[in-house]
Design a protein around this ligand. Sequence first.
Ligand SMILES: Cc1cc2nc3c(=O)[nH]c(=O)nc-3n(C[C@H](O)[C@H](O)[C@H](O)COP(=O)(O)O)c2cc1C
Length: 374
Amino acid sequence: MPTLETTVNGLKLPNPFVIGSGPPGTNGNVIGKAFDEGWGAVVCKTISLDADKVVNVQPRYGRLRSRYSDEILGWENIELISDRSFEVWTDEFKQVKDKYPEGVLIASIMEEYDRDAWRKIIERCQDVEVDAFELNMSCPHGLPERRMGSAMGENPDILEEVCGWAMEVAQKPVWVKLTPNVTRIEDSARASLKAGCQGLSAINTIRSVIGVNLDTLRPEPSIEGYTTPGGYSCQAVLPIALRMCMEVAAVIRDEFPGCTLSGIGGVETGKDAAQFILLGADTVQVCTGVMKFGYPMIKAMQEELLAFMEQHNFERLEDFKGHSVQFFTTHADLVKRQAEARAAKKAGRKKMITADHQWDGDDFVNQSDALARG
Ligand SMILES: Cc1cc2nc3c(=O)[nH]c(=O)nc-3n(C[C@H](O)[C@H](O)[C@H](O)COP(=O)(O)O)c2cc1C
């Protein structure tokens, strides 16, 4: 019987399914609900020391539906980080850890470009015994206007510097959540791990415009007739997330063995999770999926992942983690492999001559040769 239990950066998880930072981890109450339902870990909604600066708007979500059904395929949000005070959060972290001592609680944190602020937020979260940190270097909307989030994560030099500040005081594992809004995510991965962080999470949302209303001619979501580009998530981003995870996993494998990866983007099923793990993820995070299907979706996801493992006789996640990364190569190599395979097939076909009518006058010599070689 396979097991989903796994140990990541020393943290023991009952399964690799992690609540991704966002509404599904937005207060102590819902974090408790996630643990009750059996989620392997929870990353809270991103918090900061000064929530007074965080002012959200409504509406702040936009959804892309299939042209042929009501199914939601894509989801844009212009939501900011948590608007709840840091003191309320630390109280709730403490209550959650008191009630769920085994529950793995990961604090998603974000600060301005200020060494003292980063040190302070980490130290204060450590005081209330969170299990790990996820540094949000990747929110693509709102916060970059204050030089936070992806404004830092898009620049590998700043990323390395800020991650270094965090590592000066961190006594718990630190993951860095990367932005997909860069040309080469490998550079961000390398910068974060060079600073000493133990893990990466990828991806945050992709900068997007969800659509333009053809009656009002205004882009959506419309706030007093105006909008701002948001962050795209849900099933539609899965292929982009898989590609980026594969690239990050290759950096970890070649340059930072032992560091970990949390795969994020469009995960809704156990089969989605299996693909992220095959491309090098240790855990997978789900955010929009929980907003569509609710916390109980964890049950079906676990069953699907276990069924996949049984099908292939995998006992543990490590048995297939990263297995498929080796099958990526250059296009030139694909051309070479295909030419070789076709040549081998052709030679094989000639060898197959078993009846006299198969002799072909145009290729008589080669066919004779193939039969001589056996
Ligand atoms: C409404 C909403 C709010 C989010 N808020 C945060 C956040 O506070 N911090 C963060 O790191 N990521 C945040 N995210 C990004 C998700 O954690 C995740 O990286 C992204 O949505 C892709 O995964 P998904 O397709 O499973 O949602 C948010 C996503 C959504 C949809």
